[in-house]
Write a protein that binds this ligand. Structure first.
Ligand code: HMG
Ligand code: MG
Length: 299
């Protein structure tokens, strides 16, 4: 494959922890992010400045963000649903944020209490301020391969929302299979359709592994040309407003696959495995990473 470099966007500290029953204290979250920062990852999503009533697991966003060690060369984006979240993130020192909406109306209503159009309206002041303040903004499109309420999601709807976010000024659009129902040909066709309107270099894929299809989907999308992949150590993750969805694809497994294919990530797999194993111990639950399971059993 041309351009063998892939950037991993590590989302365990945000997507991973937002859906955990076990509430980790801020110092453990800080330790997680600091560990991830030493693995060679270039993007470590840190937390969300959302309503603490909606996502109590991340109510300590300010404390966590202020106290992580910001390693030069590593980006620490945070989720913001609106201008209020943006201002809180900026006050804590964030220089990169992510806005998030969906390709299906019912999921968006359940997740952020807004229609797709309303959510885009809410993002406009965020993008205006970010533009004026030199802050990078990433955009997420959820339910890109299926919706827990609506079922199938037309590809044209994914394309429209992705294009809107890109036109508004998001530098990268992450296409999310929020409930992990996608399969490779479908994932590839969706990515291909979006790439007709948004440059492939500005696209990322975000797979949850509910049906065990995530690695296969990633491979199909790599073949289509994507070079940015979201994942979470230990396969943590899920959205509290997407019933039945399990974790993100495990970063350890993605990195193992990529390195095995001769692609570069800059990530030290041993350090990543150690961090994933440490996180599953903190959460007191078995890792969902097959690589970490294999390595730990072999040890
Ligand atoms: P709402 O209740 O409609 O908001 O929630 P509101 O504007 O009416 O405000 C209600 C209260 O929330 C007020 O407080 C606000 O101050 C407060 P009160 O006066 O009642 O005490 N509030 C906030 N507090 C802190 N930070 C904020 C904030 N905004 C308002 N930013 C809202 C609307 C968007 C706030 C809410 O629905 C929310 O926070 N939702 C977040 C849901 C979420 O984080 N979901 C998970 C992330 S998305 C995901 O996981 C998918 C992804 O991984 C990709 C994929 O897998 O597809 C990204
Ligand atoms: Mg997600």
């Amino acid at each position: 494959m041309n351009n063998p470099e892939v950037r991993i966007v590590e989302v365990s500290a945000r997507d991973g922890l937002q859906n955990e029953k076990t509430l980790l204290p801020p110092d453990v979250k800080i330790a997680l992010i600091d560990r991830l920062s030493t693995t060679g990852l270039k993007t470590v999503e840190a937390t969300s400045f959302v309503s603490p009533r909606w996502v109590p697991q991340l109510a300590d966003a300010d404390e966590v963000f202020r106290n992580i060690r910001k390693v030069p060369g590593v980006a620490y984006p945070v989720l913001v649903p609106n201008e209020q979240g943006y201002r809180l993130a900026r006050a804590a020192g964030a220089v990169e944020v992510s806005v998030f909406t969906a390709a299906s109306e019912a999921f968006n209503r359940a997740n952020i209490n807004a229609s797709i159009a309303e959510s885009l309206q809410r993002f406009q002041p965020v993008l205006d301020d970010a533009n004026a303040e030199g802050v990078k903004v990433r955009g997420y499109v959820s339910t890109a391969l299926g919706c827990p309420y609506q079922g199938d999601v037309p590809v044209a709807d994914v394309v429209n929302v992705a294009k809107r976010l890109y036109d508004m000024g998001c530098y990268e659009i992450s296409l999310g299979d929020t409930i992990g129902v996608g399969t490779p040909a479908k994932a590839r066709a969706m990515l291909h359709a979006v790439s007709q309107e948004v440059p492939m270099q500005a696209l990322a894929v975000h797979f949850h592994d509910t049906y065990g299809q995530a690695l296969a989907n990633i491979l199909a999308c790599l073949e289509e040309g994507v070079r940015v992949v979201d994942s979470a150590v230990s396969g943590t993750g899920g959205c509290p407003y997407a019933k039945g969805a399990t974790g993100n694809v495990a970063s350890e497994d993605v990195v193992y696959m990529l390195h095995g294919m001769g692609m570069q990530t800059g990530v030290d797999l041993d350090l990543l495995v150690a961090t994933g194993a440490w996180l599953s111990a903190q959460l007191n639950k078995p890792t969902a990473s097959r690589v970490t399971k294999a390595r730990t059993m072999a040890a």
